[in-house]
Design a protein around this ligand. Structure first.
Ligand code: 4NP
Length: 158
């Protein structure tokens, strides 16, 4: 069986590309990379074609995680039919994704918030480091959440 994950944030340069790179890295470590594909997208169009933000790149470099070839792209309604998990980095991203998907939603598509993976944290959203500057904290959440997601997918695939 195959699965596919799409992380969605606003600009697709800070949070969702960080999650994409970390998730791909963890899937490789778990030998699930042949079964699970990963991508990311944004709901805003300011940075289309740009590589991840410098803060995200520094964080990934510090942890030896590749982001080679990654470029910002726009979320589109058709993604709903293509991806099995659509993971939104905050509540506004989730509302926007659900509105954009509308009737294109398919029963196989699971749309949820990244922080739903970490209920014990008691915080609904991954704070946007584009505004907070705190890329370290985002990396901590992203790593923890992606570890959880790998386990969820592993169990869903069985
Ligand atoms: P992201 O952060 O959604 O985590 O990629 C942002 C990046 C760019 C902008 C906003 C948020 N912007 O307004 O350009």
């Amino acid at each position: 069986m195959q699965a596919s994950v799409l992380f969605v944030c606003l600009g697709n340069i800070c949070r969702s590309p960080m999650a994409e790179a970390v998730m791909r890295h963890l899937l490789k470590e778990a030998s699930l990379d042949a079964q699970v594909t990963v991508d990311s997208a944004g709901t805003g169009d300011w940075h289309l074609g740009h590589p991840p933000h410098e803060g995200t790149r520094q964080e990934l470099d510090a942890h030896g995680i590749s982001y080679e070839g990654m470029r910002a792209r726009l979320f589109r309604a058709e993604d709903a039919a293509e991806f099995s998990y659509i993971v939104c980095m905050d509540s506004k991203n989730e509302a926007d994704v659900k509105e954009l998907i509308g009737a294109a939603s398919s029963p196989q598509t699971k749309v949820f918030k990244f922080m739903d993976l970490l209920p014990e944290r008691g915080t609904p959203d991954v704070p946007d480091p584009y505004y907070t500057g705190n890329f370290d904290y985002v990396y901590e959440l992203v790593k923890e959440g992606c570890e959880r997601l790998v386990e969820r997918i592993r169990s869903d695939l069985q």
